[in-house]
Design a binder for this molecule. Sequence first.
Ligand code: AOF
Ligand code: ZN
Length: 338
Amino acid sequence: MSRCLQLAELSIGNVAPNPMVGAVLVYEDKIIGEGYHQKYGGPHAEVNCINNVKEENNFLIEKATLYVSLEPCSHYGKTPPCADLIIKNKIKKVVIGCKDVYKEVAGSGIQKLQNAGAEVITGVLEKDCIQLNIRFFTFHLKFRPYIILKWAQTANGKIGYAEKRILISNEYSNRLVHKWRSEEAAILAGTNTALLDDPLLTTRLWKGKNAVRIVIDKELKLPSTLKIFNTDVKTFIYNLVKNSTEENLVYIKLDKENFIGQILQSLFEMNIQSVMIEGGARTLQSFINEGLWDEARVITNESVTIENGIAAPEMKNFNLQKRERYFDDVISYYKNND
Ligand code: AOF
Ligand code: ZN
């Protein structure tokens, strides 16, 4: 199963919103085939694994054990069901890392294999298999994207001034943030940050894709000269005024009530599985207050202190010693999903 996870990780950045999955066929303690889901829309891990077996070893497939980090699928998606392929190949023992939580599968892959008489073992390195696809699992279990909070603060816990920009991060942390942007489906900034920082929110300092940009601009007061309105990257502007699409700028009108909940619902409907919240303090705090966050990445510059600045968000009821709180939380959703 560790090997399955290693293989799955090779697909990082290439399969979202699908999960990363690896598979290994073992006969008498030897790997005779292995594979992983390499590309969104492409063959699943099991298909590549079975195709990878050398022709002279094909007769061993039905005597081998298949290890796979996610429950084999049972539905016709972009590819036919992997459970059918396993049955067709007469594989009699299947060891699974974790169950799939995608509603089209959710246990029916295991059921299909068992109905065909295969021995199925589940829950091997289960937590690692869930952690690998934490965005996918959070999305399908909580019906919202995985939410990462990110900010930079001074040694005395300030994130800046209300009217002027100050530099807290450095070239290394900036590059790291660009790497992070390339790893998420969307990046969100509030009105004040868009106005004061005039960020571009793209992945310029790292090789990788741009995330979709999201701006909160309730009254549509932000000037169109801001960098975030340059049309190279898809940008959603959540507001209270209008619905319209102008090239890459998509204006989405929401109701006043539960604005953040509606943004998350809208992202869910667009199959956006993760979002990094890049400030500012008010926007971050509103996500924290609603308990709508999964991970916080706080960059602290120990050599900068400022007076009278804006305080960093307050992490209510969050104990740094118990940093795994969230993960336990998603595991309990997973356990209750049967
Ligand atoms: C597997 N093996 O390697 C993966 C699975 O649109 P499709 O056909 O690619 O199906 C996507 C869904 O299939 C995805 O949401 C997840 O439930 C499952 N992914 N299943 O048996 C794999 N990547
Ligand atoms: Zn499949």
